[in-house]
Design a protein around this ligand. Structure first.
Ligand code: PMP
Length: 400
């Protein structure tokens, strides 16, 4: 070995799901419910705008923070959909996926030795991001009996009062949990009391289903549209929160690599300082697609959300018929059933893949109380879901 690897790189284990891809490659006719990306193509109008921009030779860098008209469109969109008010010049940065925004935030705000509390189970990139930035991770487990919502009790039990920062991901990957306003209020109180800052990954904000309105606070207005509440809209939270969002999920644009962060001017300025040296600007072609997506694709988003909801209901009801306990996921495009007794999540997922050719992700890779669960993505056509659930039923009938 010629290169001496940094401690930080060596500390981070390789992705826990890679082995599954290797097994999947050995087998024919695998149905994958393992990936976290839409099965839809981006709306045609967005693709067409990208093509037109190329035809017109728009192949240069943009402003570091992203095209001004796109930042304006983002400001209007988040105001309309989520009651969030951000200045396009100072408080918004367009990034190469929400992933880049998350990484920029850790690097801009975390010093060696700082503690970052992460509500888990959650998306697998936060923990490595904290470690690459030199910080310490404090896992904050959420519980199925709380519908995988974060509670003050959970924060206290984990010792998060002494942390510097809290990472939230609602609607949640991998559980599909949401956090209605009434549940966010006590979290915001805790955050202010203990002077934490918050990174709130809201990339699934458009993807909520069957939200019980009785949970929503009076703060939500007609004009806010969606049922998702951003913690940044709660009192005293805007100045201590960075919100992440992007075009990968709701607009089915994963491969175009476009996301953004919203936050106070000095914080976004610090993130931009890193971004201008490491990325210069987010992909230009994707920025044209994103602008069109915000301008004219709200109906496409609604149609995709309707389809996800139909699939969600189908998958939840099939798991119940099969006799597997499953929590009522209300967001993103995942559900999180419990594995039957006698299996670990990894054993179940591996045997299911080998014997029936259905790929799911064992819940333990997402940390927290994920062990004993499977992440099942329903960002797959209904017919494939039907077949996959039949195979899962056959597997459970044989083994349970
Ligand atoms: N955050 C969450 C919670 C995600 O699930 C994902 C994608 N799986 C991302 C961020 C990354 O999104 P992007 O494609 O915008 O980088």
């Amino acid at each position: 070995m010629t290169f001496e690897l940094s401690d930080r790189v060596q500390t981070v284990p390789p992705s826990g799901i890679r082995r599954f891809f290797e097994i999947a490659e050995e087998r024919d006719e695998v149905i994958s419910l393992g990936v976290g990306e839409p099965d839809f193509a981006a709306p045609w109008a967005a693709r067409d705008a990208a093509i037109t921009s190329l035809e017109q030779g728009k192949t240069s860098y943009t402003a570091n923070r992203g095209k001004r008209d796109l930042r304006e469109a983002i400001a209007d969109y988040v105001a309309d959909r989520f009651d969030l008010g951000y200045d396009p010049d100072e408080e918004i940065i367009v990034t190469a996926g929400a992933s880049e925004a998350v990484d920029l935030a850790f690097r801009a705000f975390v010093d060696p030795g700082d503690t970052v509390a992460i509500a888990q189970p959650s998306y697998i990139s936060y923990e490595p991001g904290v470690i690459f930035a030199g910080g310490e991770v404090l896992p904050v487990p959420t519980r199925e009996e709380d519908d995988f919502r974060l509670t003050v009790d959970g924060l206290e039990r984990a010792g998060a009062a002494d942390a510097d920062m809290l990472v939230l991901c609602y609607p949640n990957n991998p559980t599909g949990a949401i956090m209605p306003a009434a549940d966010l209020e006590p979290i915001a109180d805790f955050v202010r009391e203990h002077d934490l800052t918050v990174l709130s990954d809201e990339i699934y904000a458009e993807l909520t289903y069957d939200v019980d309105e009785s949970h929503s606070s009076a703060r939500k207005t007609e004009s806010s549209g969606g049922e998702h509440t951003s913690i940044a809209t709660l009192e005293g939270m805007r100045e201590r929160t960075i919100v992440f969002n992007g075009f990968s999920k709701a607009h089915a644009m994963t491969g175009l690599r476009l996301g953004y962060a919203l936050g106070p001017a000095d914080a976004i300025g610090a993130m931009n300082k890193i971004h201008q040296y490491t990325m210069l600007s987010a992909p230009t072609t994707a920025q044209y697609a994103a602008l069109e997506a915000l301008d004219s694709c709200a109906n496409d988003v609604r149609e995709m959300v309707d389809q996800y909801d139909r699939r969600r209901q189908f998958v939840l009801s099939r798991f119940r018929e099969i006799g597997m306990d499953v929590f009522e996921a209300k967001g993103a495009f995942y559900c999180f059933p419990e594995v039957p007794e006698g299996f670990t999540a990894e054993e179940f997922a591996e045997a299911l893949l080998r014997e029936q050719g259905v790929a799911v992700v064992p819940g333990d890779v997402f940390g927290g109380s994920g062990e004993g669960h499977l992440r099942v993505s329903y960002a797959t056509g209904l017919e494939e879901l039907r077949q996959a659930l039949n195979r899962i039923e056959a597997f459970v009938d044989e083994h349970a």
